[in-house]
Design a protein around this ligand. Sequence first.
Ligand SMILES: NC(=O)c1ccc[n+]([C@@H]2O[C@H](COP(=O)([O-])OP(=O)(O)OC[C@H]3O[C@@H](n4cnc5c(N)ncnc54)[C@H](O)[C@@H]3O)[C@@H](O)[C@H]2O)c1
Ligand SMILES: O=C(O)C[C@H](O)C(=O)O
Length: 345
Amino acid sequence: MLRSAFKRVSSSSSSTYLIRRSFGSESSSTPERKVAVLGAAGGIGQPLALLMKLNPLVSKLALYDIASTPGVAADVSHINTRSQVTGYMGEDQLAKALEGSDLVIIPAGVPRKPGMTRDDLFNINAGIVKSLCTAIAKYCPNALVNMISNPVNSTVPIAAEIFKKAGTYYEKKLFGVTTLDVVRAKTFYAGKANVSPAGVNVPVVGGHAGITILPLFSQATPKANLGDEEIKALTKRTQDGGTEVVEAKAGKGSATLSMAYAGAVFADSCLKGLNGVPDIVECSYVQSTITELPFFASKVKLGKNGVEEVLGLGPLSDYEKQGLESLKAELKSSIEKGIKFAKDN
Ligand SMILES: NC(=O)c1ccc[n+]([C@@H]2O[C@H](COP(=O)([O-])OP(=O)(O)OC[C@H]3O[C@@H](n4cnc5c(N)ncnc54)[C@H](O)[C@@H]3O)[C@@H](O)[C@H]2O)c1
Ligand SMILES: O=C(O)C[C@H](O)C(=O)O
């Protein structure tokens, strides 16, 4: 009998887990699912590899990086959970890492240092994302893609263009991972509202950089009687959450552990959707028509083909309406920058 190290503790789609020592059993009908992590030896990649190894929905775990993957793979492979782990190192092994994948998670690329914006990473990370997406189009065009590499507001449009060029763009299968914004919004809200974070839900929409991150605290549950100034402070802290970590790490990178957690939560929801579990909803940055912008983060219903439905914004407070209008110019220009890069290169 296979054993699960994850136990769902909430029946909502908030995807809260306890890693438990008393493992649950896994159903014999759980499908085979191959997950590839690209950038698996990095600050995010290693703890994400660990968390995906703990996920009973994964049957094969392919860990790819340009360096150091054999050690990471050997280490993680000794954990007694369902998935078979294989490490792949260097471009000539990328095809094997990708072939047969149902889900590809991309945390490959350079992180910020203090004083940098996410857009300052564009020049290096755009090229990395381009080459990885070119390979995905070739070796596993039907896989869901979870893009973590920054600047997400541009790397997702880059991926879309690369897939279009290859004739393999399936818009329902491409996701910018914005779950860390939701994780932060939940944590900060729970602290202010003095409630348990496990029961909190807060949608976060827009994009994944500065003011493009728009938490909708007016829709937060459970309801709390917070004043306007408290909501503004919570909004700013959520928007600056990444910078808070970058500054605290003082030159040693950006969020890795909380990101690995967020990435694992989102990947788990994608796998559940693929497996036909109903009512799986997460916020994600996807191709969208809910605003005039071609890519936008909002609540998304996940299903057997990826995005089943991009959900609307719901009622916004005046403060959130203002935030929505203010973010559009920056998000539009990041999207256009990504599209232009992919078209020109
Ligand atoms: N979406 C989010 O919410 C979020 C949160 C945190 C970090 N990030 C982003 O994730 C990225 C990675 O962050 P990190 O802290 O893990 O960085 P890191 O430098 O610790 O790790 C990056 C890894 O990518 C690998 N890599 C580089 N080029 C590659 C290629 N062509 N193919 C495969 N692997 C390659 C490196 O060898 C390294 O192991 C950064 O761009 C960062 O800004 C996004
Ligand atoms: O802030 C960063 O550069 C990394 C990431 O986007 C985050 O939100 O933590």
